[in-house]
Ligand binder design. Structure first.
Ligand SMILES: Cc1ncc(COP(=O)(O)O)c(C=O)c1O
Length: 485
């Protein structure tokens, strides 16, 4: 068995956010050098923990990371093994070089066409940003909702006007400390999903005709919102590794009167980009200097594959310009439609807009989620969910490397459940989308993620459903069609 030596032997076991990455790097080097070959059993968790003088959870985290990179597989009751011959890892997709001009958005028709298909349960759902109910705490939350409905009496059927359910806001404020945000329950407003949060924040700081800086590619829901509010989107290139290009953002802010900036800072949709802390600090510096509010969408932050839950830009906000938006749609129950916002200095405006928009967030789902967060094993559930998503992303990524045409680039996310593909020039994602639907498979074509319908040869594949023969066959089919096109 190969020994994995540590530069820091001795002392008691440690658990630091970086140790597992270091360990994963050392283990990958052993695989790359051929010291550990396909099919070899990796050192046991206990052995490595003693050898490296790190905790068992650090070793498990390192293995999880290697699994998410497709280098190692876990065999139940047996241990970790080097994965068999794999197609070489594809390169990462490229970033557009320049920002666009501010544009009126008109993506809704295209999105409606794409999503009509996604509603059909017979279609293999590689296009939707949805996690299988089997991976969510479905029974747990439904049981709690029933219990709350039995006991809540009149409270359960009454309006719960802004800022919303106190018990839930207390739980959110407690969890927000993990994202670097020290807040009181009073700083939060509950919303109907993250989508309402984004809507209220945009309206709180901008009007029709105003320019909003967004990442490119960007979550199509944000583009639709900008379109419906009559605002203009200024697309700033983002890359799959570290997200929005801050140099180009700063340049754009000098050239345009931007009223707000919307960024998904942790595991963005569709790129899966994670802004490092330094970049988050810099983004804040750039915006606060010009007094431009940031609408920070952190809906995927809890879905990190690593041990350390990434922080938010809100963690660095002293001036109150960051409006942090999120929801439980990707971790508990999208159908419950419970989201939340910390609007910073715009809180009163957001509360007023919320009242005028939907009056209140439904009461019972808020109470049920508050109960689950308080004593429902949410952290245990998150650990299982992260592990499942990391493994699904690794399997789909490997299948793409095997079946898609040579030259296809694929992102390497370290959280959430999206893969962003850039096919060779000339291949059309819209054609692939149409032909895949004929075969009963949905994908999300690149142009829906841009106000200017850029990314014609790109697509997003979701890995929110457990790996299965059906998914494997679907990726094989997509790869065949993409090769033929
Ligand atoms: C980045 C991002 N923000 C917001 C949303 C909408 O979230 P909700 O369902 O909570 O409204 C989504 C859904 O896919 C998303 O990907």
């Amino acid at each position: 068995m190969a020994a994995v030596t540590s530069p820091h032997a001795g002392g008691s076991p440690r658990t630091s956010g970086l140790l597992y990455e270091e360990l994963a790097q050392d283990l990958s080097a052993l695989i790359a050098k051929g010291t550990l070959k396909a099919g070899d059993r990796m050192p046991s968790v206990r052995q490595l923990s003693q050898q490296r003088d790190v905790s068992v959870s650090t070793v498990l985290q390192a293995y999880l990371l290697l699994e998410s990179r497709g280098m190692v597989e876990t065999r139940p009751q047996s241990g970790h093994y080097v994965r068999g011959s794999r197609a070489p890892a594809p390169l990462e997709p490229r970033t557009p070089r320049s920002s666009s001009q501010a544009t009126r958005v008109s993506v809704s028709d295209l999105i409606a066409r794409v999503y009509r298909a996604a509603r059909d349960p017979s279609i293999v759902p590689l296009g939707a940003a949805q996690i299988s109910p089997a991976l969510l705490p479905t029974e747990n939350i439904n049981r709690r909702l029933a219990a709350v409905a039995r006991t809540a009496g009149g409270v359960g059927v009454a309006y719960d006007p802004p800022p919303g359910c106190t018990a839930l806001r207390r739980q959110i404020a407690r969890r927000a400390a993990e994202w670097g945000v020290a807040s009181s329950p009073d700083e939060w407003v509950t919303t109907v999903g993250a989508m309402e949060g984004l809507h209220l924040c945009l309206r709180a700081v901008a009007n029709a005709g105003d320019t909003i800086a967004v990442e490119s590619p960007s979550y199509y829901g944000i583009l639709q919102l900008v379109e419906s509010l009559g605002m203009r989107a200024l697309e700033i290139p983002a890359n799959p590794g570290t997200g929005i290009d801050l140099t180009l953002l700063e340049l754009a802010l000098r050239q345009h009167k931007v009223k707000a900036c919307v960024v998904v800072t942790n595991f963005s949709n569709p790129l899966g980009a994670l802004m490092p802390d330094d970049a988050k600090r810099e983004l804040y510096r750039i915006l606060v200097q010009r007094d431009v509010p940031l609408i920070e969408d952190d809906i995927y932050g809890d879905l990190c594959f690593g041990e350390v839950r990434p922080r938010t830009v809100k963690a660095f906000d002293r001036a109150g310009i960051v409006m942090l938006v999120s929801s439980f749609s990707k971790t508990i129950a999208p159908g419950y439609r419970v989201g939340f916002v910390a609007p910073g200095r715009y809180r009163e405006r957001v509360e007023r807009l919320k009242f005028g928009h939907t009056i209140a967030t439904p009461t019972l789902p808020q109470l049920a989620i508050a109960d689950l967060l308080d004593n429902g094993g949410y952290d245990r559930h998150l650990r299982r969910l992260r592990r499942a998503l990391a493994s699904q992303v690794a399997r789909v990524s490997e299948a793409i490397a095997t079946h898609f045409p040579q030259g296809t680039r694929v992102s390497r996310p370290e959280g959430a459940f999206f893969l962003w593909l850039e096919m060779p020039p000339g291949k059309s994602a819209l054609e692939l989308h149409a032909r895949a639907l004929d075969q009963g498979i949905s994908i999300a074509p690149g142009p829906i993620f841009s106000a200017k319908a850029r990314f014609s040869n790109c697509l997003r594949i979701s890995c929110g459903f457990p790996w299965s023969d059906v998914i494997e066959r679907s990726i094989t089919t997509l790869g065949r069609i993409a090769t033929e096109m």
